[in-house]
Write a protein that binds this ligand. Structure first.
Ligand code: WT7
Length: 661
């Protein structure tokens, strides 16, 4: 085990075995509930079927969709360029909307939309959605948008957002949704990179009880994008807006359109959308997804991982549609499956900290999909808040976005799931398009903090730095060996960057950039980005493991850990912690927590410093920005803070600095 291994330099040969060493001993297991297992959509046999014939497995998943023309070839693989369901034709919007209406389910609710202002809600059936999407498709055509054209969408969480995406999909235009929290320069670079000719936006949205403007940001961006011909503006907040001759109101343009539109078939490999994901450096990468494979895998995984019962479940994914989680698991997967979903416009603490649980109670949500960062926030706010609501409708809980600390997992299970709901920790990325590694709620005896096994049809592995598979009990780098249907096809306009970023570190394998370990049972634990690994006195220690050890202390709600340069140990562990709501900061808390980490993980993992802070710097997608904390820990001036949700957080943290010495 790593603790006894003498030090090695960053390039030392031993590093591979030691990487992300298995420090944390987690022995809890949660069996699937017997009733859920007995009626589960997917059982253990799916793994065997996929192992016997992976392509036949994906053929069957694709058959869950409606195709205008069946494919000739399941997979054409010219590494690293994949084409799935070659020769097949389908219309993604038809699959998500019309076919459910044709099957007699037009009155079924597609979305319960809950605005942030209380009482502001809408119910949208599949028949409503068909009319809305048809009108929007006709409107885009009137504006001159044709198949293959790019449309940028910069909207708050309102029904017009999925409607716009589906309208694009319907006519074969390629949408590029830009999260509503991004700045004008971020929007401009995304519009430019994709060469979008139309932008769909709104005057603003509601956030924290107040209208928050979007249109001025669009005006600023579009002023520098001569390629944009028209800007369609939804009226949501009725704020005053400046007007240019490119602008047209959504209600003027869309409302007068016919609600009939015939969906044309598109090739399975025609582009569906571009979604930008930030690289660690350089300009954002436009991840390109295509129709057939993407819809196949998002729909199948949504059916399997959440055990979705179309007739009875009410499903809520709390992500923003501006991220891939919302694309795949608010829009495409759930609609392809004919699910009833909830969309919520606002923040979890408006007008009070029980808003999420009030929504669960109001709509009788049965499947909830959220992120560790949200769960840790709820832990911090206190157990008494969810306890006030009736959440007995819940039956499956999901987590995505980061490794989930075991304590957060167990808290989620107990305080939200009433100790009866399985928790599925789902690992995937913008690039993978759909869930790749996850427990199945009716099959897996899940371990808190582990994503467990690759889903049927997926071949993930953990390799050392030479690309050799590590034995059980070993750690290293996560890779995916075989192509999968929802995989990115390339980086928009930059095939070489696609090859370099994902397929060059380990030849012949997809490298997502995450560290992982495989435990003695062969189950997978994701350990964060590989750049979040610290090298302390030659030992590789993952920030995730130290964070989980800190969060396992009853006084800690959240923790972020970074490696700071240290003259003695190479790197030293510096921790930033948020205490739970009812805990007062005391003199000896740092010593207590250092001792706790030493006891949990071993003395090597004991943080050099512990700083109690009120907040942590997070990106708008909820990931902790350790880069900024590293700047603090190394007494440097801060790098770029523009992607933070709230940049004043860094002032609060810096104020704590003197005590860190
Ligand atoms: C990165 C991808 C997947 C949709 C939201 C994020 C991390 C995601 C998990 C998980 C451990 C996870 C990885 C991955 N990640 N889910 N269950 N356990 N890590 O999409 O912004 O493209 O980020 O998020 O590091 O590479 P994304």
């Amino acid at each position: 085990m790593a603790l006894e291994t003498p030090g090695h330099g960053p390039n030392g040969g031993k590093r591979a075995q030691e990487t992300l060493s298995n420090l944390l001993q987690e022995t809890r297991r949660f069996d699937p509930p017997a009733d859920l297992a007995a009626a589960a959509n997917v059982t253990e046999s799916a793994y065997d079927e996929a192992k016997r014939d992976q392509l036949a497995f994906w053929d069957r998943a694709a058959e869950r969709l409606s195709w205008s023309k069946r494919w000739d070839t399941t997979l054409s693989w010219n590494p690293p360029f994949a084409k799935w369901f070659v020769g097949g034709q389908l219309n993604v919007a038809y699959n998500c909307v019309d076919r459910h209406v044709e099957a007699g389910n037009g009155d079924k609710v597609a979305y319960h939309w809950e605005g942030e202002p209380e009482g502001d809600s809408r119910t949208i059936t599949y028949a409503d959605l068909q009319r809305e999407v048809s009108k929007a498709a006709n409107a885009l055509i009137e504006l001159g948008v044709r198949k293959g054209d790019r449309v940028a969408i910069y909207l708050p969480m309102i029904p017009e957002l999925p409607v716009s995406m589906l309208a694009c999909a319907r006519i074969g235009a390629v949408h590029s949704v830009v999260f509503g929290g991004f700045s004008a320069s971020a929007l401009k670079s995304r519009i430019d990179d994709a060469d979008a000719k139309v932008v769909i936006t709104a005057d603003g949205g509601f956030r924290r009880n107040a209208p928050s403007a979007l249109k001025p940001t669009v005006d600023e961006a579009v002023a520098e994008c001569p390629g944009v011909e028209r800007v369609v503006v939804v009226r949501r907040t009725a704020q005053d807006v400046a007007w240019t001759d490119k602008d047209v109101w959504w209600h003027d343009l869309v409302e007068r359109q016919s609600d009939q539109h015939k969906p044309e078939p598109h090739d399975a490999e025609d582009p569906l959308y571009i979604l930008y994901t930030s690289g660690t450096t350089g300009k954002p990468k436009g991840i390109l997804h295509t129709g057939g494979g993407y819809l196949t895998q998002t729909a199948w995984t949504h059916h399997a991982v959440f055990d979705l019962k179309t007739e009875s479940d009410i499903y809520w994914c709390t992500a923003d549609i501006g991220w891939v989680t919302g694309h795949s698991y608010i829009v495409y997967g759930p609609l392809a499956n004919g699910a009833t979903s909830v969309i919520y416009e606002g923040t979890p603490d408006t007008p009070h900290r029980g808003r999420f649980w009030e929504i669960v109670q109001k709509y009788k949500i049965s499947i909830l999909y959220t992120a560790p960062t949200a769960i840790r926030t709820f832990m911090k706010w206190g157990d008494d808040i969810p306890a006030k609501f009736d959440m007995s409708s819940l039956r499956v809980l999901g987590s995505v976005g980061e490794p989930i600390n075991p304590e957060a997992y167990v808290w989620y299970r107990e305080h939200i799931g009433g100790s009866r709901c399985p928790v599925v920790d789902t690992w995937w990325q913008t690039e993978t398009g759909a869930i790749m590694i996850s427990p199945l709620p009716g099959v897996t005896a899940a371990k808190p903090g582990a994503a467990m096994r690759p889903l049927p049809g997926i071949t993930a592995d953990v390799v050392d730095d030479q690309g050799n598979s590590v034995p059980d009990g070993g750690g290293g780098f996560l890779v995916v060996r075989d192509p999968w249907p929802a995989m990115l096809r390339t980086i928009w306009g930059d095939d070489q960057r696609y090859i370099d970023t994902y397929w060059s570190r380990f030849p012949g394998m997809y490298f997502p950039g995450d560290g992982a370990k495989r435990d003695e049972d062969g189950d997978l634990w994701l350990l964060g980005r590989v750049d979040d690994v610290m090298l302390v006195s030659g030992h590789n220690i993952s920030t995730t493991e130290v964070e989980s050890a800190l969060v396992s202390h009853p006084k800690v709600a959240e923790a972020a850990v970074v490696g700071a340069t240290d003259p003695v140990t190479g790197q030293a562990i510096v921790s930033f912690v948020i205490l739970r709501g009812n805990v007062a900061e005391s003199e000896d808390i740092a010593a207590e927590l250092r001792g706790h980490v030493a006891k949990t993980l071993g003395p090597i993992a004991k943080p050099r410093q512990i700083l109690v802070v009120p907040e942590l710097p997070k990106t708008r997608s909820g990931k902790i920005m350790r880069r900024l904390l590293r700047d603090v820990a190394e007494n440097r001036s801060l790098g770029d803070v523009t992607t933070l949700t709230d940049s004043s957080v860094m002032n609060l943290i810096s104020e704590k600095l003197p005590t860190a010495k």
